[in-house]
Write a protein that binds this ligand. Structure first.
Ligand code: 6CS
Ligand code: FE
Length: 290
């Protein structure tokens, strides 16, 4: 286990260690070299209004209808902690033709394959509804830490795409990121509990940084929260530390997420003593997006 460069949740103390994988695996694509450099340095890239309001309208209608018509027996619908309100819906790429087509859109695929330098497949897709007043926070975390430990993603070679389906502003719990944090891997303390995902998707307590770890990550760079109209996109590296506070505004903050993983980074057995998470959270079948 200790030969794994990204072991985590194996002890009682947290630790910071440098990432060992390149951030960018160069290929050609729509991003300028300045944008690639910015992504490399910050661990994310904000693209305001990449999709039109007409496009957003239909994507938003689909999001609402999925939440309203999700079959009770189908896994993948997560409710807010302490309430029945829908928090997230997973595996959109299997349940919506509209989203399946969106995930193939060149504006997403071109950028992601350029940065990852290979063909890609969808590791996970989801909508976070962050409902008005009741949408609770997502505590600070690195996605990669969870995907590595619980899903068996070997290396840092994945990108999350967060498409804003509603405007993101300071009152509705926008995504917050720590620029530069993707360069440091935070090994977390504790041991992954059984069926951790049943709890973590509502409120995550394992695989999260301590205050001291966050102090370290923010020593050189301050937290940012990209804000912008619906149709804007945040592309962020799988190890970038991020989170968001609750939505205290009277309207929902709805984001659509797609996680693209390199086809050269296929999942193996999880790096913890638990069975792999279900495939609606971590796709094991590699179907290249093209
Ligand atoms: O479980 C997942 O795959 C993602 N969701 C949460 C709340 N934390 C880890 C990861 O980003
Ligand atoms: Fe996340």
């Amino acid at each position: 286990m200790k030969t794994d460069p990204y072991f985590s949740r194996t002890g009682t103390k947290w630790e910071a260690t440098p990432r060992v994988d390149p951030v960018v695996n160069d290929a050609s694509g729509p991003l300028s070299s300045e944008e690639v450099t910015q992504y490399q340095q910050d661990g994310f890239l904000f693209a305001p209004a990449l999709f039109s309001s007409d496009e957003v309208d239909s994507l938003l209608t689909e999001a609402k209808s999925m939440a309203a018509s999700w079959p009770e027996e189908r896994p993948g619908l997560i409710r807010e902690p302490n309430s029945e309100i829908v928090r997230s819906i997973f595996r959109l790429h299997k349940h919506s033709d509209l989203y399946k087509n969106l995930f193939r859109d060149e504006r997403l695929l071109g950028r992601v394959t350029q940065l990852l330098g290979s063909e890609v497949y969808l590791h996970q897709s989801r909508i976070n509804y962050k409902p008005a007043l009741n949408g609770k926070e997502f505590f600070w975390h690195s996605d990669f830490e969870t995907w590595h430990v619980e899903d068996g993603m070997p290396r840092m070679r994945a990108i999350s795409v967060s498409l804003l389906l509603t405007e993101s502003h300071e009152f509705n719990g926008p995504l917050m990121l720590i620029p530069g944090s993707h360069e440091t891997y935070i090994r977390c303390a504790g041991e992954t509990p059984e069926n951790h995902h049943q709890q973590s998707l509502r409120r995550q307590e394992y695989g999260v940084p301590t205050k001291e770890a966050l102090e370290l990550l923010t020593e050189k760079r301050d937290i940012v929260a990209p804000k912008g109209p619906a149709g804007s996109i945040v592309f962020f590296e799988c190890n970038t530390m991020h989170g968001s506070v609750g939505n205290l505004s009277p309207t929902p903050r709805i984001n659509l997420f797609a996680v693209y993983n390199s086809v050269e980074n296929a999942l193996v057995d999880p790096f913890c003593n638990q069975p792999a998470r279900p495939d609606y959270l971590a796709e094991r079948e590699i179907e290249p997006v093209q």
